[in-house]
Design a protein around this ligand. Sequence first.
Ligand code: ADP
Ligand code: MG
Length: 697
Amino acid sequence: MNLNTDINYIPGIGPKRAATLLAELGMRTVEDLLTYYPYKYIDRSRFYTIREVNENMPYIQLKGRIISFEKRGEGRSQRLVATFTDSTGFIELVWFKGIKFVESKYRLNQEYIAFGKPARYGTKLNIAHPEMEALTNENEQKNIGLQAHYNTTEKMKTNFLNSSAIRKMVFTALNDSTLHISETLPTSMIQKFALMSREEAINNIHFPKNADLLSKAQRRLKFEELFFIQLSIIRQTKLREQKYKGYIFGSIGAIFNRFYEECLPFELTGAQKRVMKEIRADLASGKQMNRLLQGDVGSGKTMIALMTALIAVDNGFQACIMAPTEILSTQHFQSIHKIIDKIGVNVKLLTGSTKKKERAQIAEELQNGTLHILIGTHALIEDTVEFKNLGLVVIDEQHRFGVAQRAKLWSKNIQPPHMLVMTATPIPRTLAMTIYGDLDISVIDELPPGRKPIATYHYFDNKRAELNKFIKKQIELGRQIYIVYPLIQESEKLDLKDLESGYEQMQETFPNYKISMVHGRMKPADKEAAMNRFVKGETQIMMATTVIEVGVNVPNASVMIIENAERFGLSQLHQLRGRVGRGADQSYCILMSRYELANETRKRLQIMVDSTDGFVIAEADLNLRGPGDMDGTQQSGLPFDLKIANLAHDGQILQVARTVAKDLLEIDPNLELVENKILNLQLIKLQRNVINWGVIS
Ligand code: ADP
Ligand code: MG
């Protein structure tokens, strides 16, 4: 057996389970299996009694029997509750999924070992989705010391591939005398950083001899993973810089200066000024600009986009600004058009609903160079859109676009245009470093003057009457109100029902107010019309699913009510809250939730109440959920998936790995030295199935 052997050949697996592992986890080879790392370890050196259990304990094991099964709740919240007892007390075991399987598998009044993490709901303790094992002498004896646990899917479980089955497979593979686990790092590096060998690390990650060896194994594997990511990213960046020159926008010319003197509607904030300086330096440098602009909602990114575009125009180039929705690009167009109309810059809007005749006009002006700035949606990246000399691309709310879409804009020129991507989803530094490597980052960390912090409250559903009073008072003051409902794709219909019944209730409660409703299932034209009525102030309340999340600007709207706030992620809550607080009035954000909340959810809502700082919230989000889940990062794409490192917690290892990779590439940019050949091989292997993000991000 070697690392490339198909897992089929591991004794005891068989073709059916191998097929399941391939389908569910993409696991094909012995190496894939051995790098399927445990997600937790349980100290099973002792059994606890139910009387000892409290909700602050980590994963523990109990001995006892099930004395009853009961189904509770309906529909989405249906669950199976088993009452589990030993001689000292009772605890509930709860399953939300796989209910049939559990009912048929576990018997009443037989002895089981139950493992899991205790939690408290109201006055009762429970363990959700415990791992169950029949209590036999053998099971009681063998579970000693640190034991690795593996994530499994429902499909895997129904094919008898639970965590302990995986553990057995790994055990078999590691004990195969013909298996050799080769090293992936140069010997000098292993010595210099006192790393465990790969072979020893993989053995200890699955079967730790003790806690100390486990942590050494983790350190080695995390280092390796982050190192190769950095090596890959930094190398791509260098290649890109060698291959492409940037257009030089050397001069700030008449147009920009006239704009600055005659059209600028307000004094720039200090942060906006600083960012403009950074951008101007890039544009004049002869290198292609590849800059990420992070700025909280409302920090004034649009103005930066416009001013950068004007510099392109001043230097004889065209610019385009792409936004993710029709509403948003129209809003950009209107505000930009209004500001610069009088200085003779030709700006046009191109979206899916642009009429044929207008399209033809735009196409002509783009090609003869009389159109200076084109603003639009995805329509901008259609093949039929051809520029005479595109010099700058600005992408707003970049996380809404896939990498492939960005690449397409890039390919509109032989020489790539300067790129400015803007986002209101702050990305913590460690994450940005990993995803973007050497992409330059600018931050607008200051809001325009006069903004009052948005007051945020968390209410349970029983406060509805107070909430309605509050709504009434605000509308009487002349304000407008958003009410947002969550939308989760898999149950879109149910979600829509929530919105629609909410709408009916509001109409009953407030017969004298006009209410708009917007959701994703409406025709774009209807959505647009409803949105516009609210923008113009013809309706007082806007009820919507999350379609309104991005970028709309209605300064008179000062209250954001978020229904079922427990079902939103932190970044999304923050984005939604950013819809208000744009005018001079005191603004409010009210998070409505049901009473029973998991601990983590309660924390999430509390963070929203405590902080309005996008960076604080993004860090907290990263800590609570892990980077894979973060809004906005899924699509940006790491060069390869993280299997063991955690960007929230391993920032220090990342920093070291990055420095090592950088220094190494300084000396040996093509990885040609004998001792670095091994790195090249591993990189090729890791990149084999991965699209080359590094060139475009
Ligand atoms: P975002 O960064 O969320 O895209 P916008 O560019 O939409 O923010 O700006 C939000 C609001 O703030 C707009 O109404 C804009 O005109 C205004 N604004 C931007 N910069 C300033 C400034 N320096 N002073 C005052 N108002 C500003
Ligand atoms: Mg914006």
